[in-house]
Design a protein around this ligand. Structure first.
Ligand code: GLA
Length: 390
């Protein structure tokens, strides 16, 4: 979490002395269940302690001023009668996520007041830890706390609508759901077909869950993401006449035989088997069976690389050296892929050596510097303390 005192000082410099409220929106890490939230599958994500912190003064008029410390940039606009989102900028501007979220709330005729906001993040941006969903959920919560506090599923759905309808990425529900509903020390087993979920204790025994940022930008992610979705829809359409399943994750394995196209076969195979791996992984975590949990992580990676084809040289290099380290039980890419982050399950006492080894090998092979974090699971988007006056 970004230093709150520093942010308070920044707020005072920018917007003067006012009563303010502090909000925090976490990033998320997905333990397993990749690219299946939009195929009706199970996923196992968790909100993490890295995220976006915002100091907010709720105004009595309809002016919104947001200063993003990471970008050293301010945007000013008003909410209310006029559309706040006109057209997405090319390339995407950070404020597009804010305008998109407010537009969804305005479309729903939720009452919106103005606000002065100073925000900063310790979540790496655009790195596969859902910084965009964290921002969408943060904005929805700041402007609609009354409405969303008791209905966090609706918060997730509205933030997802912002991303799909206005930002233009046809994403699933996993990221926004994890950020809205996260809980300290827990992951959640989410059924994306029904949005039923249960918390699963994120206890890795004598191991750490290490997040490794490849620092490889995810330039392809958006276009390839929409392409994969279309391929899954095509695969499902071809099997539907022969299989009663309601979504791709639930077709019978035998029905994969109806797919004559190799590429569609591989996409569908990933979805069906990844869904099974999620349930096995949740069971293994509950039973404290970290060997099995680790193996499932690595199997998931191989499937994402070979069958779903969303990995790449950088992520594969990290997983390769991670899994060859004595003391690592398994590793995989996490998030949409094509860059971004990996996770690895590593014995606690060997974690510093793991970071040194993988960091060195990765730099030798790719010329890039990896960043390492030990994941801590956190509560979802929230107000941090009672209103404190500056
Ligand atoms: C992105 C999307 C999610 C999910 C993952 C892949 O993070 O926003 O909905 O599809 O990719 O698992």
């Amino acid at each position: 979490m970004y230093d709150k005192d520093l942010l308070h000082t920044l707020f005072r410099e920018k917007y003067g002395e006012h009563p303010v409220v502090t909000y925090f929106s976490p990033g998320r890490v997905n333990l397993i269940g990749e690219h299946i939230d939009y195929n009706g599958g199970f996923v196992l994500p968790a909100a993490i302690s890295l995220g976006i912190t915002a100091i907010v003064h709720h105004r009595s008029d309809q002016v919104v001023r947001v200063y993003a410390h990471d970008m050293q940039e301010e945007v000013v606009f008003s909410v209310g009668e006029y559309p706040v989102f006109n057209k997405k900028s090319e390339p995407l501007h950070w404020s597009d996520y804010i305008r998109a979220t407010l537009q969804v709330m305005q479309d729903k005729k939720l009452p919106l007041g103005g606000a002065d906001i100073v925000m900063a993040s310790d979540l790496p941006l655009g790195a596969g830890l859902s910084s965009s969903a964290a921002l969408e959920c943060l904005i929805a919560f700041i402007f609609g706390e009354e409405n969303y506090r008791a209905d966090r599923t609706q918060l997730a759905l509205d933030a997802q609508t912002a991303e799909r309808k206005y930002v233009g990425v046809n994403c699933g529900i996993m990221d926004q759901f994890a950020i809205a509903n996260g809980r300290e020390k827990e992951a959640m087993l989410l059924n994306c077909a029904t949005l039923d979920y249960e918390y699963v204790r994120a206890d890795f025994g004598t191991n750490n869950l290490v997040i490794i940022n490849s620092n490889k930008s995810r330039s392809l992610a958006e276009s390839k993401y929409n392409e994969r979705r279309a391929e899954c829809d095509a695969a499902f359409a071809q099997m539907s006449p022969f299989d009663p399943a309601e979504d791709l994750c639930h077709v019978h394995e035998i029905s994969l035989g109806y797919l004559s196209d190799d590429m569609l076969y591989k996409r569908a195979k990933h979805a069906v088997l990844e869904n099974k791996r999620v349930l096995l992984a949740a069971e293994a975590m509950e039973a404290g069976d970290m060997e099995t949990f680790g193996q499932l992580l690595t199997e998931s990676h191989i499937s994402l690389d070979e069958d779903y084809e969303v990995s790449g040289h950088e992520l594969n290099t990290i997983v390769h050296y991670s899994t060859h380290f004595d003391g690592c039980l398994g590793a995989r890419m996490t998030g949409a892929g094509f860059g971004g982050c990996c996770i690895a399950l590593v014995e606690k006492e060997k974690t510093p050596r793991f970071m040194q080894y993988v960091g060195k090998k990765y730099a030798e092979k790719t010329g890039l510097k990896a960043d390492f974090f030990v994941a801590e699971m956190s509560d979802g988007v929230r107000r941090l303390a009672d209103a404190d006056s500056l």
